[in-house]
Design a protein around this ligand. Structure first.
Ligand code: PGA
Length: 257
């Protein structure tokens, strides 16, 4: 049993309409009423953040954005800056592989975005993970090490209680294929070892690390039963109210056992 509160983040991507996001937030709020054991975050599209926020009101569900630009301001048509998000959201994903692919952002820019969010009081969810090719070339450890070290070079010890790392192997995202839970546990261990080397064991013990990639109600327990997995980042399954609720309840049950 750890002191790290379990976390479920629902990444709604670009799957729903404005109205559907608001309706989903409304149902989720009533279904999860009173839930205290799990932290739940929903990440709708930028354009519905304000309305979803109003809908959630004082519920237990927190709001997150799906992305932020790594620069504070500038001539970036279509991008959204931290100055827009800071008054709206508690959380923000950074470095999601779909955004890395779209914008070509590298690890330094992802870390820059994470630092910017922290400076403005928003909690970053830093997404990392190896590609299919890297996994095939047995370069997963190297890739994760490089991404975590890039983050740890800039993060302070204190910031590790605010930020979250989401390990999402790229080949598992939206594919219906997921890694062996033992391999996920080994990656969590690797990340904590890197944090302990950079800071200390206590800092490593405080950091929350999530697994993401084709999480469903059917497989969520297999990840959560592994040591060091503090929750899940869910894409596809999270836009279905019954599935999302089931995932949240299974996470709760795993941690209160
Ligand atoms: P998925 O997406 O659950 O649909 O695989 C996860 C993610 O992209 O964060």
């Amino acid at each position: 049993m750890t002191d790290r509160k379990p976390l479920v983040i629902a990444n709604w991507k670009m799957e729903l309409s404005y109205k559907a996001e608001i309706a989903l937030a409304r149902s989720l709020k009533s279904r999860l009423k009173g839930l205290g054991e799990v932290e739940v975050v929903v990440c709708p599209s930028f354009s519905s953040l304000e309305s979803v926020r109003t809908q959630l009101g004082r519920s237990v569900i927190a709001l997150g954005a799906q992305n932020v630009h790594w620069e504070e301001q500038g001539p970036w048509t279509g991008a959204v800056s931290v100055h827009h998000l800071r008054d709206l959201v508690t959380w923000c994903l950074v470095g999601h592989s779909e955004q890395r692919k779209l914008t070509g952002q590298d690890d330094n820019e992802v870390v820059q975005a994470a630092m910017l969010l922290l400076a403005h009081g928003v909690k970053p969810v830093v997404c990392i993970g190896e590609s299919f090719e890297e996994q095939q070339a047995e370069a997963s450890v190297e890739k994760v090490t490089q991404q975590v070290q890039a983050l740890l070079a800039k993060a302070t010890r204190a910031s590790l209680t605010k930020l979250v790392i989401a390990y999402e192997p790229l080949w598992a995202i939206g594919s219906g294929v997921s890694p062996d839970p033992n391999d996920v546990a080994a990656t969590m261990l690797l990340i904590r070892k890197l944090v302990a080397e950079r800071f200390d064991e206590q800092a490593a013990d405080r950091l929350r690390i999530l697994y993401g990639g084709s999480v469903t109600p059917a497989n969520v327990e297999s990840f959560l039963s592994e040591p060091g997995v503090d929750g899940v980042l869910v894409g596809g399954a999270s836009v279905h109210i019954m599935q999302l609720e089931e995932i949240v309840m299974k996470v709760r049950d795993c941690y209160t056992k």
